[in-house]
Design a protein around this ligand. Structure first.
Ligand code: C2O
Ligand code: CU
Ligand code: CU
Length: 461
C-alpha cells in the first residue's frame, strides 16, 4: 500500500506497521485521543516564537494520561511538512508501537496518520517525543509528558507536572541553529531559554499545608538538571517512573538530584501552611541556583503531614537472575573513524563524533546495521556501561526496564529505570530480563550524541 496516496482531510488515512489494527474505519476501536503533530507559534518568553512544533494548536503538547493496565489507542496525524513518529519513552510497548523509524515502523509521511495501540503495564511518569529528525522536532517543541495513573489513588492533594526543557532562541525570540559542531562533539549544545511547561519561571498555586505530587520531566535534548527544592519538606517517590527501591528520603539540599535528558522524578512536596509562601524548584547553572518554577501556598491550610506519604506500589517488572545472567560490555566513546554519515529521511547532523563499542550508528535506514547484542527472550543479562569520555551520557534502552546494580564511582541505589546517567569516566552495571521481543534502540539521550553516532540496538529473540 502506498501511504503517500492517502491524504488527511478526506477522513481516510493509512495505518502503518502491518497487522496492528484494521484501518481506522467505524469497525476499529475508537481512539482515546487524537494527536496532531503540527507547526505552532507561542509566546514562550514575551514575543511570539514562530516555527515551533506541537501536538496541539499553538500551545504546548498535551499531558497524556493513561491508566495502568488499560488499553490506550491514539491516532497521530502528521500535519508537519516532514516525516515523524512518536516514541513512548519508558513505556514497555510491543515493538511495532515503539516509534523507531525502520526498526519498528516506517516514518509517517506528511499528510498521513498512524495508530498507536498498546496497554501500559507500568504506572508512573513518562514522556513522548518523535524518533525522526529528533534534534529539530524536539528542539521546536515536540516533547510531551505522559502519566500512567496507578490503579490505587496515592492520596495527594494535587498533581503538578513540570515539563522541563530549553529552547534555543536568539534575537526576537526566534530559533537559532539547533547545534554547533564544537558543542555537539562535547557535552551537547544547550538552549538559551529555560522553561517549565513552555513558560519561564511559572508560579503554580498549590493548596497550603497540602501534599503535592511534583512530577519533573527532563525533556530537554541536552541539559542535565541538578534539582533542589529548599524551603519545603520533600520525599523522593520515584525515578523514571519506578518507585525508589529504598525508604522514602527527603531531597538533600546539599546534594542535588541529577536528572539527565529523558529522566523523570516524582517528589512529594509538603506545601507550607502560610498562604502566599513560595517554594523554589531550582536547578544549578554555573554553580548558581536557578529557579525553574515556583509553588505558591494558596488557601487555608490542609494540615497534611509529610509523614502521611506512603511508598508508591511497585511496577510488574521481572527481577533479573544475577547468578545466571550473561554479561555484555558496552563502551561509549568517541568515534575512531570520524566518517560522514549518510543523509537519512529522519535527519542526520552530518557529522559522526560518538560510538558504542567503537562503532558509530550510521543513521536511520530501511536496513539497519547489525544489533549490538542479541538477547534470548526471558534470559537475564548484565549490561556493563563504560563511559570512556569526559562527558555525561544518559544511556537509554527502549522496550525494557532495567535495574541499576552499581557504579565504579559512587553509591547508587538499585533503581529500576529506562535511562541511567553515566557521568564522565564512570562504569555502571545494570541487569535486565529480556522479556520483550524485538529490535530495541539503545542510545544516549543527549540528542546530538545520539544523532552523531552514540546509538545502536539490541535484538531480543
Ligand atoms: Cu526518549 Cu529513543 O528515546
Ligand atoms: Cu525510549
Ligand atoms: Cu551522550
Amino acid at each position: 500500500m502506498d501511504r503517500r496516496e492517502l491524504i488527511i482531510g478526506t477522513g481516510a488515512f493509512a495505518l502503518g506497521a502491518g497487522g496492528i489494527t484494521a484501518l481506522a474505519s467505524k469497525a476499529a476501536e475508537a481512539a482515546n485521543l487524537t494527536l496532531v503533530a503540527q507547526p505552532a507559534r507561542f509566546a514562550i518568553n514575551g514575543a511570539v516564537t514562530e516555527n515551533m512544533m506541537s501536538y496541539a494548536p499553538d500551545q504546548p503538547p498535551p499531558v497524556i494520561r493513561m491508566k495502568q493496565g488499560r488499553r490506550f489507542v491514539t491516532d497521530l496525524i502528521n500535519k508537519l511538512p516532514e516525516e515523524t513518529t512518536i516514541h513512548w519513552h519508558g513505556v514497555r510497548v510491543p515493538n511495532p508501537m515503539d516509534g523507531v523509524p525502520y526498526l519498528a515502523q516506517d516514518p509517517i509521511p506528511p499528510g498521513t496518520a498512524f495508530r498507536y495501540d498498546f496497554v501500559p503495564m507500568d504506572a508512573g511518569t513518562y514522556w513522548y517525543h518523535p524518533h525522526c529528525n529528533t534534534l529539530e522536532q524536539m528542539g521546536r517543541g515536540l516533547t510531551g509528558v505522559l502519566i500512567v495513573d496507578e490503579t490505587i489513588d496515592p492520596g495527594f492533594d494535587t498533581d503538578l507536572i513540570l515539563n522541563l526543557r530549553d529552547f534555543r532562541l536568539g534575537p526576537g525570540n526566534q530559533f537559532i541553529e539547533f547545534f554547533t559542531v564544537k558543542t555537539a562533539a562535547r557535552g551537547g549544545t544547550l538552549g538559551t531559554v529555560m522553561t517549565a511547561n513552555w513558560a519561564v519561571r511559572p508560579v503554580y498555586d498549590q493548596p497550603a499545608g497540602g501534599l503535592t505530587r511534583l512530577r519533573l520531566v527532563a525533556s530537554d535534548t541536552t541539559r542535565v538538571y541538578k534539582i533542589t527544592i529548599p524551603g519545603a519538606e520533600t520525599r523522593l517517590l520515584a525515578l523514571d517512573g519506578n518507585p525508589v527501591p529504598d525508604d522514602l528520603q527527603p531531597l538533600d539540599p546539599a546534594s542535588p538530584l541529577f536528572l539527565g535528558p529523558g529522566q523523570r522524578a516524582d517528589i512529594a512536596v509538603r506545601i507550607p501552611d502560610l498562604e502566599g509562601s513560595l517554594i523554589d524548584v531550582l536547578t544549578e547553572v554555573q554553580g548558581q541556583g536557578k529557579v525553574l518554577a515556583q509553588l505558591k501556598a494558596a488557601g487555608p491550610s490542609r494540615n497534611r503531614a509529610i509523614t502521611d506519604v506512603r511508598p508508591l506500589p511497585s511496577n510488574p517488572v521481572k527481577e533479573p537472575d544475577i547468578q545466571s545472567a550473561e554479561r555484555h560490555d558496552f563502551v561509549f566513546g568517541w568515534t575512531p573513524g570520524g566518517d560522514k554519515p549518510q543523509l537519512s529521511l529522519c535527519g542526520s547532523l552530518g557529522f559522526t563524533f560518538w560510538s558504542i563499542n567503537r562503532a558509530a550508528w550510521p543513521g536511520d535506514f530501511p536496513n539497519p546495521t547489525e544489533p549490538l547484542a542479541i538477547f534470548k527472550q526471558d534470559q537475564s543479562y548484565i549490561l556493563s556501561f563504560r563511559n570512556e569520555t569526559q562527558n555525561d551520557h544518559p544511556i537509554h534502552l527502549h522496550g525494557m526496564t532495567f535495574r541499576v546494580l552499581h557504579s565504579s564511582k559512587r553509591p547508587l541505589s538499585r533503581q529500576l529505570t529506562d535511562t541511567v546517567l553515566l557521568r564522565a569516566q564512570e562504569t555502571i552495571d545494570v541487569a535486565v530480563v529480556a522479556d520483550n521481543p524485538g529490535n530495541w534502540m539503545f542510545h544516549c539521550h543527549v540528542i546530538e550524541h545520539q544523532k552523531s553516532g552514540l546509538s545502536g540496538f539490541i535484538r531480543v529473540a
